[in-house]
Design a protein around this ligand. Structure first.
Ligand SMILES: Cc1cc2nc3c(=O)[nH]c(=O)nc-3n(C[C@H](O)[C@H](O)[C@H](O)COP(=O)(O)O)c2cc1C
Length: 389
């Protein structure tokens, strides 16, 4: 797929929001456009509210909650907003290119769908709908080990969309190995090792709401129904290379929050490092992704790609992450609320909406290429929590 251009086409002939129209303006404002769609203004808070009205309270608690005191969860978005943009003027930039490549796969936007579990609890079509929505937005999707659809079925649902498979350490080491091989065979383009879940975080909201998986929930990638357990050998750096060889895929290490760890992962053969707090669902309180990202980028030193997730809720959050050195960002809960409220279209609307915000913000900052956002696009807000060690 060719990287998407987002030209700011003032076009009074197309004043309304509607699929397929080439561009539009409102009261002289120039808005960037997204080919094939016309993202409405995205209101994620309202979307979450709508999803909460549709989902059972225990499922909402599972999706929305964090671990322990939820400090990490609460700091995620404010940490991105502890940075301020430094717009450039008179740059002559009149169009925005949002497309980039992620480990060699072309994507139309630098915003992907993070792996998240049990999507059939949000919508009957679960991961298949997410795959369609992500592909329609030109975004990469990461499919969880804890998906409610078989990894091969998700691949078949949307054969052209780039996809990565996220691997957990499972009860059976042999089965984990088998899953890695299957991901390679099913056309997934990278294997994402989630390394921040040696045990499950203590998620008090879920417990308070007595969240439990329905007995009939399909977990085809986890046939023994287990979560990662201590019965399985603990992963080490050697597993980075080992899973790469088993799957034949580049390995992304997800859940890295320190520069020294990131460097060790890259030395061990990781093609990319994914800065993440697991949505504030594991250790708590930990450094926000926005705080850890600059340290990780510096330690990796361009030897591997770096991504970030956690609390990304606006185009300016995305732009901040790109300026701090992330090649792409991923969203978890925004995609959950999109899926719950609108299935594939809902996922697409969230991704399109964030992409439209990103394009507008880039234009306003005089930036034309999401794959080349200069570090000096952002500065710490006075008295902010943005500082690292
Ligand atoms: C309900 C839920 C389930 C998740 N399941 C997984 C998972 O199966 N594998 C994984 O690596 N991360 C999982 N995550 C973490 C996400 O991949 C991602 O790191 C996080 O959601 C990003 O933060 P955000 O929700 O603020 O965007 C999950 C997150 C949530 C909220």
């Amino acid at each position: 797929m060719a990287p998407a251009e987002h030209p700011p086409t003032p076009d009074p002939a197309h004043p309304s929001v509607g699929a397929g129209a080439p561009g539009h303006s409102r009261r002289g404002e120039v808005l960037p456009d997204d080919p094939g769609s016309r993202p409405e203004l995205l209101d994620l808070a309202a979307l979450e509210e709508q999803a909460r009205g549709l989902l059972p309270p225990d499922v909402t608690a599972f999706y929305a909650g964090g671990a322990e005191g939820e400090v990490t969860l609460g700091e995620a978005t404010p940490a991105w907003r502890a940075w301020r943009l430094r717009p450039r003027v008179l740059t002559g930039v009149g169009a925005v290119r949002l497309g980039t490549s992620l480990l060699g796969s072309e994507v139309a936007i630098p915003i992907g769908v993070a792996p998240w579990a049990y999507q059939a609890l949000a919508h009957p079509d679960g991961e298949l709908a997410t795959a369609r929505g992500a592909a329609a937005a030109g975004a990469l999707m990461t499919v969880s080990t804890s998906a409610t659809a078989a990894l091969a079925d998700v691949a078949a649902a949307e054969p052209t969309g780039p996809r990565w498979f996220q691997l957990y350490r499972l009860h059976s080491p042999a089965y984990t190995d088998e899953l890695a091989r299957r991901a390679g065979a099913a056309g997934y383009r990278a294997l994402v090792l989630t390394v921040d879940l040696s045990v499950l975080g203590r998620r008090l909201r879920e417990t308070a709401h007595r969240f439990a998986l329905p007995d009939d929930l399909p977990l085809p990638n986890r046939p023994d129904g287990t979560v990662p357990t201590a019965d399985s050998p603990v992963w080490t750096l050697d597993d980075v290379g080992r899973f790469g060889r088993l799957s034949g895929l580049p390995v992304v290490v997800k859940g890295v929050l320190r520069g020294d760890d990131a460097a060790r992962c890259v030395d061990a053969g990781a093609a990319a490092v994914w800065v993440s707090t697991h949505g504030g669902r594991q250790a708590d309180p930990v450094v926000a992704s926005a705080v850890a990202l600059p340290e990780v980028v510096a330690a990796v030193g361009g030897r591997a790609e770096v991504y970030a997730d956690g609390g990304i809720r606006s185009g300016s959050d995305v732009l901040t992450a790109l300026a701090l050195g992330a090649r792409a960002v991923f969203v978890g809960r925004p995609a959950i609320w999109g899926l719950a409220t609108g299935g594939a279209d809902g996922v697409r609307a969230v991704l399109d909406g964030l992409a439209a915000q990103l394009a507008t913000t880039m234009l306003l900052c005089g930036l034309g290429d999401a794959a080349a956002v200069p570090r000096d696009t952002v500065t710490q807000a006075p008295g902010s929590i943005a500082g690292g060690p």
